[in-house]
Design a protein around this ligand. Structure first.
Ligand code: KG4
Ligand code: ZN
Length: 357
């Protein structure tokens, strides 16, 4: 095993995670702790997330080091999610990493959370390398990218409103299912008939071509409203309880259809039949099945196991291994940024985008 020994920290939302990685892909230790306090509120409460990170971060790092059989002094670099995310939560990881890098006299690396979701599948599959079309679907983002090489990200589209994961979370709440919504909907939908309820497929209609303004656009707030209206009707009719699996299955099928259709449009236009799906929603089984089916035998679909798809420290260390070599370390003045710009992101034919806000 060669390459630097990197500690990766992730605290951008409601997972506290640390990983020890040797080189680009030898994962030696990995601890992911999901905060359960938010289930009480049906969504992540930022202040509680920050406090919970603070309480466990020392133990989470110690656990990852112990599993790897190394000490802090053995590390070659300390990497951390610098954004985007919840600012209070991000600050816990960034402050911890800065203090450790300073005390150890080792390089510090601030990592972009969504770039890390792109790198995650390569931890498990050495072939999950560019070029590929990437669908990034998480609780905060929905992005369609063309990635000719690491560090070069051509943005085809991002969502106009709610992110895909946010739509799963909000629909789950409407149906009275526990947070996080994605796994709840997937579980309940297994017993449902996806053809029972018809919901509109937002920004998806015949007659669109690559020159159409909304060809790649995603919008999930209309779909969420349509589900909300149906739930109200079923409640009035007194049949909601028995219809929950069917509504969940119908919503899931609609959301997956939109995501897969737009991704396949990007495949056709770029001529690149290699697709990577990353972010928490890529843990969705139906999404992977539909993408694989539509890509066909001459395409390749890359995704990580659920542990690597959901927020984790391993993907942060993996991205840092690339960034350390490509750009060197971050300054110790690194700060957390809720709207951190995606490094190397540009619109087609346009210069780099300097802010995601
Ligand atoms: O990437 P992630 O762990 O955190 C963010 O960066 O936001 O993604 C979390 C999102 C949540 O919205 C959650 O409901 C969704 O991913 N999710 C899923 C599934 N597992 C997690 N959505 C659909 N199906 C799943 N199986
Ligand atoms: Zn994430």
């Amino acid at each position: 095993m060669t390459g630097p020994l990197i500690l990766g920290l992730e605290t951008s939302c409601d997972e506290t995670s640390a990983a020890v990685l040797r080189g680009p892909s030898h994962l030696l230790g990995h601890v992911v702790l999901s905060q359960d306090v938010h289930a009480l509120y049906g969504g992540v409460v930022p202040e509680l997330a920050a406090r919970a990170h603070l309480q466990v971060i020392d133990d989470v790092v110690a656990g990852a080091l112990r599993e790897a059989g190394v000490g802090l002094e053995d590390l070659d670099a300390v990497a951390v999610t610098a954004g985007p995310g919840l600012i209070g939560a991000l600050l816990v990881g960034v402050c911890w990493a800065k203090a450790a890098a300073f005390a150890l006299g080792k390089p510090l690396l601030g990592v972009h959370h969504m770039e890390a979701h792109l790198f995650a599948p390569s931890l498990e599959d050495p072939e999950a390398e560019p070029p590929f079309v990437a669908l990034l679907v998480s609780g905060g983002h929905t992005m369609l990218l063309h990635v000719p090489r690491w560090g070069e990200y051509v943005l085809l589209k991002q969502t106009r409103d709610d992110a895909a994961g946010e739509a799963f979370d909000k629909v789950a709440k409407l149906l009275g299912l526990p947070y996080p919504g994605g796994p709840s909907i997937q579980r309940v939908a297994q017993a449902g008939d996806a053809a029972r309820h018809r919901f509109p497929t937002p920004l998806l209609h015949g007659g669109q071509d690559p020159s159409s303004q909304d060809y790649y656009d995603f919008s999930f707030s209309g779909l969420k409203t349509a589900v909300g209206n149906r739930v109200a009707e079923l409640e009035d009719a007194g049949t909601l309880e028995s219809e929950i699996p069917h509504v969940a299955a119908s919503f899931q099928a609609t959301a997956v259809d939109v995501l897969a259709t737009k991704t396949l449009r990007a495949v056709e236009e770029t001529g690149c039949r290699r697709v990577l799906v990353g972010g928490g929603v890529s843990a969705n089984r139906l999404l992977k099945e539909v993408l694989a089916e539509r890509l066909g035998d001459d395409g390749r679909l890359f995704y990580g196991s659920p542990r690597i798809s959901l927020d984790n420290g391993a993907m942060i260390a993996r991205t840092a291994a690339f960034r350390l070599e490509a750009n060197g370390a971050s300054p110790l003045s690194l700060n957390a940024s809720a709207g951190l710009a995606f490094p190397g992101l540009r619109r087609r034919g346009a210069p780099e985008i300097s802010s995601t806000r």
